[in-house]
Ligand binder design. Structure first.
Ligand SMILES: Nc1ncnc2c1ncn2[C@@H]1O[C@H](COP(=O)(O)OP(=O)(O)O)[C@@H](O)[C@H]1O
Ligand SMILES: [Mg+2]
Length: 372
């Protein structure tokens, strides 16, 4: 008999209203034990509210939170198997690193030698062995963040809640700490739920990502799922650099796995029906297609039209050099702009002249169909 993976967190129809404001509306998902789970979305979307509901800092208006299968109902934070790492450093400024980390265990009246052992182990884990006697103001931002992490981990809760833990770090440090957080999570093996509005951070760190916006769960999946196969238009717009093309469904393939035809007004393109999985479309429906900028290309004149690739006419606008990549901007006949992105290679052939008529194209499976 294979062991069933334990569900660490299940939220079921969770809603939270603040007076007339629906901060969270009927959110449901579950998290397997030992996962690094990220709540990603724009500011004001309800991520902190969701995290605080899981931790028991606020009570839901509707719905339930189950931790390891147990409905935690009205249990206060200290009765739950959760521990919270807050957005600001929030270290005690007058206490050494060691005392900051030991604080929660002292509150639990643990014996001093055991506290000493656990604190030493945690400081080692977060890379701060030797910093025991330092005061918070003698630490860098990244180091303070590690103390904060050690202070939560030492409590040995099995679900760690982290609200924008890297938000106050500069970009370079955030990148380093991001990988480090993931390695620490792998070592301790407990469930992490990490809130961020930063896409790159989410992709670096997450086993699974839930996109939260406007108080709702937009979609959930691995980093690869939400980047390469966004089901919702919101996800396509929020993650990566997607081009959106708007049109109307003109024909639907009868055979399973066939193609949906979309009339863009100036061209008709085909989309793989498998791509449209879960989106129930009918002829006449307004739809949009998303195609990532790195999957669109400028098509050489006279290139073969073979059904494996969709092409549409465009007017070349300009080249934008971004370092790693170069973006070629074109305008479609309906006025919308599309970016064609390529790795910058020194000594590239000259781009088309601004105003030149060109064609752009993409491999048929590269386009996603969205109903919203
Ligand atoms: N204590 C509160 N009182 C009133 N409104 C709140 C409170 N907390 C959050 N909100 C509102 O709920 C919505 C979601 O907020 P929040 O969960 O903090 O979003 P996020 O963490 O994704 O930025 C926002 O519109 C916010 O203004
Ligand atoms: Mg927040």
């Amino acid at each position: 008999m294979s062991a069933q993976p334990d569900t660490a967190v299940e939220v079921d129809g969770l809603s939270k209203n603040y007076g007339p404001v629906a901060a969270l509306s009927s959110v449901s998902f579950s998290i397997e034990s030992g996962q690094y789970f990220v709540l990603l979305g724009p500011s004001g979307g309800g991520k902190t509210t969701l995290l605080r509901l899981i931790g028991g800092f606020i009570r839901p208006s509707r719905g339930r939170v189950l931790l390891h299968g147990r409905d935690v109902g009205d249990e206060p934070p200290n009765r739950r198997p959760t521990s919270m790492v807050f957005q600001s450093y929030a270290l005690f400024p007058h206490m050494s690193v060691e005392r900051n980390v030991a604080y929660g265990l002292k509150l639990r009246k643990m014996a001093a030698p055991e506290i000493g052992r656990r604190v030493a182990r945690m400081l080692e884990l977060v890379g701060l062995a030797g910093y025991e006697a330092r005061m918070p103001h003698e630490l860098s931002g990244g180091q303070q963040q590690r103390v904060q992490l050690a202070r939560s981990l030492v409590l040995e809760s099995d679900i760690l809640l982290l609200d924008e833990p890297l938000a106050s770090l500069d970009a370079k440090l955030r990148k380093d700490m991001c990988l480090e957080l993931k390695h620490i999570q792998e070592k301790v093996g407990i469930t992490f739920i990490h809130v961020t509005h930063n896409q790159e951070e989410a992709m670096t760190i997450a086993d699974r990502i839930a996109i939260i916006a406007d108080g709702r769960l937009v979609e959930e999946g691995t980093a690869r799922d939400v980047y390469e196969r966004p089901r919702r238009r919101f996800t396509a717009e929020f993650i990566g650099d997607n081009n959106l093309l708007h049109g109307t469904v003109s024909a639907i393939a009868a055979e399973p796995g066939g193609r949906v035809k979309v009339d863009l007004g100036y061209a008709e393109v085909a989309v793989d029906a498998t791509v449209a999985e879960g989106t129930d479309v009918a002829a006449g429906d307004a739809v949009s297609l998303s195609v990532r900028s790195e999957l669109v290309e400028l098509v050489a004149p006279g290139g073969a039209e073979d059904g494996a690739r969709q092409t549409v006419p465009a007017t070349y606008l300009e080249e934008v050099y971004l370092g790693l990549t170069t973006s070629h901007l074109v305008r479609l006949p309906d006025g919308s702009e599309v970016a064609v992105r390529r790795i910058s290679e020194g000594g590239d052939a000259a781009p088309p002249a601004p105003g030149q008529e060109v064609r752009i194209g993409w491999k048929t499976p590269s386009a996603r169909l969205h109903v919203e």
